[in-house]
Design a protein around this ligand. Structure first.
Ligand SMILES: Nc1ncnc2c1ncn2[C@@H]1O[C@H](COP(=O)(O)OP(=O)(O)OP(=O)(O)O)[C@@H](O)[C@H]1O
Ligand SMILES: [Mg+2]
Length: 308
């Protein structure tokens, strides 16, 4: 766990966040001219130059450049190291294989809100396996806005989406492939509980990033050796930044609790839920290793090229 970093706004140029090109690059955000300070968006009454003279504006500029400083004001706890990494990393593809209760949904909500506020006209898509989960995740986003020093002006606010005055939108989608068609140019897509999001939805999502060159983040506890979450975790494609957070690395989960879980839920369940392991699904006839050992790249498929 790293300490919460709230820079001294009086001496912003001497803090850990001097605003230099290197800082901007490190924080994983866009070049400075592409970022609109929050106050400017929220109240629309300062020019950037004027705003820079105020304490609020310095804070906003820090928030814009560093999602972790922003997070320090919207949640009342210190972020874990992996959450810091998730928020700051400039990687275009990230995959987090996490224990239950690691803080996945919270991190997704912070990331979404930061992007929408500081990058005008961003489309942020939050994808969850079910309507219930997408409603819950969206509620996390709206709860966070209550903690902002100034709430972003919304032009629209539905149960599952909000549009800000700066033109950014956050849309929380349940895991049905049809729901995602019709959106284009997403600058950030986060799949929460990705191991349970259907693969056809994932296939529909990916082309959206082609033009926008947006960021794609998958966060999940494993769910058997199947599906796109398992594939992306294991396929060694170098584009992905892969991070594993087992329960033993989560400071809020005690060894006593884990021992009790192992006893009552059984080893198979425990390894999946708390140790981030892609264990064989209980209902399969042939296990994964057996199937893979029967497959060879060297044999030409009998019906290759035959259309259905
Ligand atoms: N760094 C943190 N410090 C303290 N509490 C945290 C931190 N991150 C998340 N939490 C809290 O931990 C709880 C679980 O967070 P969250 O729902 O985001 O986890 P999750 O990984 O999505 O869980 P689940 O596996 O059940 O979906 C929430 O109460 C959240 O406020
Ligand atoms: Mg969650």
């Amino acid at each position: 766990m790293i300490p919460k970093v709230i820079p001294d706004i009086e001496n912003v140029t001497q803090t850990a966040y001097p605003i230099t090109p290197a800082t901007i690059e490190k924080s994983g955000t866009a070049p400075i001219e592409k970022i609109t300070p929050y106050k400017t968006i929220a109240q629309n009454k300062y020019s950037l130059t004027n705003t820079l003279k105020t304490q609020d504006a310095k804070r906003d500029l820090i928030f814009a450049l560093d999602p972790v400083s922003f997070a320090a004001h919207v949640v009342d706890f210190d972020l874990d190291t992996w959450q810091v990494r998730a928020l700051r990393s400039p990687a275009k593809r990230q995959i987090f294989n996490c224990t239950r209760q690691a803080g996945k949904s919270t991190t997704a909500a912070i990331k979404a809100l930061h992007r929408a506020i500081y990058f005008p006209r961003s489309l942020v898509l939050l994808v969850s396996p079910s309507l219930r989960q997408s409603s819950e995740l969206f509620r996390k986003v709206t709860d966070l806005t209550d903690h902002l020093p100034t709430s972003p002006r919304l032009t629209e606010d539905n149960r599952l989406s909000l549009t800000m005055q700066n033109g950014s939108r956050i849309v929380s989608l349940p895991g049905k492939e049809e729901t995602i068609r019709g959106y284009s140019g997403a600058s950030l897509i986060i799949e929460d509980e990705a191991s349970r999001v259907p693969d056809d939805l994932y296939r529909a999502v990916r082309p959206m990033l082609a033009v926008s060159r947006g960021q794609l983040i998958l966060m999940s506890t494993p769910f058997g050796k199947r599906g796109h979450f398992h594939d992306e975790w294991t396929n060694e494609e170098p584009a992905w930044e892969r991070i594993m957070i087992p329960a033993s690395a989560c400071p809020r989960i005690t060894p006593e609790f884990l021992e009790e879980e192992r006893r009552s839920m059984g080893d198979w369940w425990y390894r999946q839920e708390y140790e981030c392991q892609f264990v064989q699904t209980v209902d399969t006839v042939f296990d994964y290793e057996m199937v893979m050992s029967a497959v060879s790249d060297e044999v030409k498929p009998l019906f290759a090229g035959v259309e259905k």
